[in-house]
Ligand binder design. Structure first.
Ligand code: NAD
Length: 336
């Protein structure tokens, strides 16, 4: 299995199958418990059997990241007698790694968490970098930084993902390449959506490891990982698109603004995103609604909106974008 380390605290193992032993060896651990979601239940059952651990299935998708769901987890941890030296194993997509990570960050003031991401998005993004949390009135409003001791990325599980779930992660992996690894972008350009999964995952994880590791508390440089997200989030909120497709549209818009400023090859990027089966435009969205939503975002300044742009592949910059440039970017994705 390929192995990466973040800051000496997280070991990331990438390969088909699981390592033996599955958890990092520790003499003081008495037990492990497994938290999962419906789509990952079969994988989680194997993990639980392997570890001889109890298993809790929480609600699916964002319903997992609620206060009620967190409360269910806390009560269960109490019933199972999970102690200071025990381990929560989060088996699932980003909703489970965020919830399980936050429960681990707060239970008895912090216990070990190990992530087994079962979606491509969780493997290349959510499980890496130590951010955990749940939603209240806003998404991820309550959270903590808490690094997993180990992340096990089983490529066999990811290879079997249904296409829509896989595409969510392809969009984030492409974004990782655009901000930090031109060879990953070349890989998508030459092999399309069938690009070698091990290389895609390893390269995208390496970008997240490097950038998150250089800004562990999300105080500056990590923002480049938001390429496509400022407009993408507004599109996700209004167009009913899921996250990956919405940020694809956001990347096309940000690429178009980057083209105006720096001569970035926006048409090439649009074609690449389209070739991966991701959307490059939306219809019937009001520009004013999108602008208002972006304006509510904390990235707004008096001169405009702070956004990630690309001077070139692998050369992201965070810049203030004025209203007319934003309008140009929105027009490029059909928002007028
Ligand atoms: N902490 C971070 O840094 C970070 C970064 C990015 C995203 N996130 C969070 O991650 C979440 C999104 O993650 P996600 O896209 O993995 O969504 P998710 O966890 O909601 O999972 C999406 C769907 O995939 C199903 N699923 C999981 N594994 C499967 C498998 N092997 N086969 C078939 N179906 C499977 C799930 O049951 C669910 O229906 C969001 O809550 C987001 O806020 C966190």
């Amino acid at each position: 299995m390929g192995r990466l380390l973040i800051g000496g605290h997280t070991e990331i193992l990438i390969g088909p199958g699981w390592p033996d032993p599955l958890l990092p060896p520790r003499s003081d651990r008495e037990k492990a418990v497994v938290i999962t979601q419906p789509g990952a239940a079969a994988v989680a059952a194997r993990v639980a059997a392997d570890l001889g651990a109890p298993l809790l299935e929480v609600a699916d998708r964002e319903q997992a990241k609620t206060m009620a769901s967190l409360n269910t987890v806390y009560e269960w941890l109490g019933e199972e007698g999970v102690g200071r030296h025990d381990t929560i194993v989060a088996v699932g997509g980003g909703a489970v790694t965020d919830l399980g990570g936050f429960a681990a960050a707060t239970w008895l003031r912090g216990i070990e968490v190990v992530h087994l991401p079962t979606t491509l998005l969780a493997a290349v993004d959510a499980a890496i970098g130590g951010k955990t949390g749940i939603n209240l009135a806003g998404k991820n409003l309550v959270g903590a930084f808490h690094h997993p001791s180990r992340v096990v990325i089983d490529l066999d599980t990811l290879a079997a993902l249904p296409t829509p779930i896989r595409l969510e992660g392809i969009a984030e992996a492409l974004k990782a390449g655009l901000v930090g690894d031109s060879r990953l972008v070349d890989l998508f350009a030459s092999q399309g959506v069938e690009a070698d999964l091990e290389e895609v995952v390893t390269r995208a994880v390496a970008v997240k490891v490097e950038i998150a590791g250089s800004d562990p508390r999300d105080e500056g440089r990590r923002m480049v990982l938001n390429f496509g997200h400022t407009i993408g989030h507004a599109v996700e909120f209004t167009a009913g698109l899921s996250h990956g497709p919405a940020i694809s549209v956001g990347m096309v818009a940000a690429g178009s603004i980057s083209a105006q400023r720096y001569g970035f090859p926006a048409a090439w990027l649009t074609d690449l995103i389209f070739s991966l089966g991701l959307p490059v435009a939306v219809s019937d969205l009001s520009g004013q609604v999108i602008v208002d939503l972006i304006g509510r975002d904390k990235k707004r300044t008096a001169r405009g909106v702070r956004m990630v742009l690309l001077q070139a592949v692998g050369a992201p910059v965070v810049e203030v974008v004025a209203a007319d440039e934003l309008g140009h970017g929105l027009a490029a994705v059909g928002i007028g």
